[in-house]
Ligand binder design. Structure first.
Ligand code: CP
Ligand code: NVA
Length: 318
């Protein structure tokens, strides 16, 4: 079939994009996380039922508009462990860096590769790319959300603390892109999320409204200790996300939201600490907490690999 016809068909029958947790149903997300656990158990061998068809001939194109260590390397290794191939592209080296539209880029790259993973500044770039691609598009972080991270985080929680359904997670700090994906996950995986953040750095209004409309158990607090009280897991992230310039204003606002030993003592006794990394010790988290016994941050980082394999397998039709 010609690509023009494929493009027409793609508009009618979308490929399996992984753009946001809110866009995927709960049963599918549950299956992806279960498959991530199965991928981890299988090590480098991929369970036969999770191996995408003709994977040896498939190429994942990875585009980075911002830096990345974990997302870049875990997607690259994940695709290779599945048996496929990868090409990593920096925004500055592409014509997108000179203004070529996401729409044209999507139509071109769909004729070369079998899936596109992109880390972008604007969320709209990813949605435009996905609307025009005939292959799956995966969100490797935007200013709005970071869905791949949260599937790895849920997997990590479940390894340590059992089923996340009905449990209590506390988010402390900036109501940023990672917090938004946690909020969407609270609805889809049915857990309680208690967010403590300054009024000026609350998550986007439309996400708060979407959660409320979908019966999510997400509550906002001013005080960190109130959100953390009795939590099974405490999560934070950097105070200054990639691309943000108002560093000293943010640091001043967020100082009361630092996660230290005293704050962790408000959580449940066996609570774990999570952070997507990169972390800044002495700012959003003390060294004592992130390097202490409750911290699971390096399991989280490892689980990006296993979760990525499960996401790729789903996108590629397994
Ligand atoms: N957590 C995360 O996405 O890390 P990178 O920015 O290194 O990819
Ligand atoms: N909120 C951070 C996450 C980094 C993985 C950022 O966007 O920079």
């Amino acid at each position: 079939m010609s690509h023009r016809k494929l493009e027409g068909r793609a508009r009618a029958m979308k490929p399996r994009h992984f753009i946001d947790i809110e866009a995927i149903d709960a049963a599918t997300l549950r299956r992806i996380v279960d498959n991530a656990h199965a991928m981890k158990k299988a090590g480098r061998r991929v369970p036969a039922h999770l191996a995408p068809k003709d994977i040896a001939d498939q190429v994942l194109l990875m585009i980075f508009e911002k830096p990345s260590t974990r997302t870049r390397v875990s997607f690259d290794v994940a695709m290779r462990q599945l048996g496929g191939q990868t090409i990593s592209l920096n925004h500055a080296d592409l014509q997108t860096g000179r203004g070529e539209s996401p729409s044209d880029t999507a139509k071109v790259l769909s004729r070369y590769g079998d899936a596109i993973m992109i880390r972008a500044h604007a969320h709209a770039s990813i949605t435009e790319l996905a609307d025009n691609a005939t292959v799956p598009v995966i969100n490797g972080l935007t200013n709005r959300s970071h869905p791949c991270q949260i599937l790895a985080d849920i997997m990590t929680f479940e390894e340590r603390s059992g089923d996340i359904k009905g449990r209590q997670i506390a988010w402390v700090g900036d109501g940023n892109n990672v917090a938004v994906s946690w909020m969407q996950a609270a609805v889809r995986f049915d857990f309680a999320l208690r967010i403590a953040c300054p009024a000026q750095l609350k998550p986007e209004r439309d996400v708060i409204d979407w959660v409320a409309k979908n019966g999510g158990k997400v509550e906002l607090f001013d005080e960190a200790a109130d959100a953390v009280k009795g939590a099974d897991c405490v999560v934070t992230d950097t105070w200054v996300s990639m691309g943000q310039s108002d560093e000293s204003w943010r640091k001043q606002l967020l100082a009361p939201y630092a996660v230290d030993k005293g704050l962790m003592q408000c959580a449940a006794k066996d609570a774990i600490f999570m952070h997507c990394l990169p972390a800044y010790r002495g700012h959003e988290v003390s060294a004592e907490v992130i390097d202490g016994p409750q911290s699971v941050v390096f399991d989280e980082a490892e689980n990006r690999l296993h979760a990525q394999k499960a996401i790729l397998a789903w996108c590629l039709g397994a």
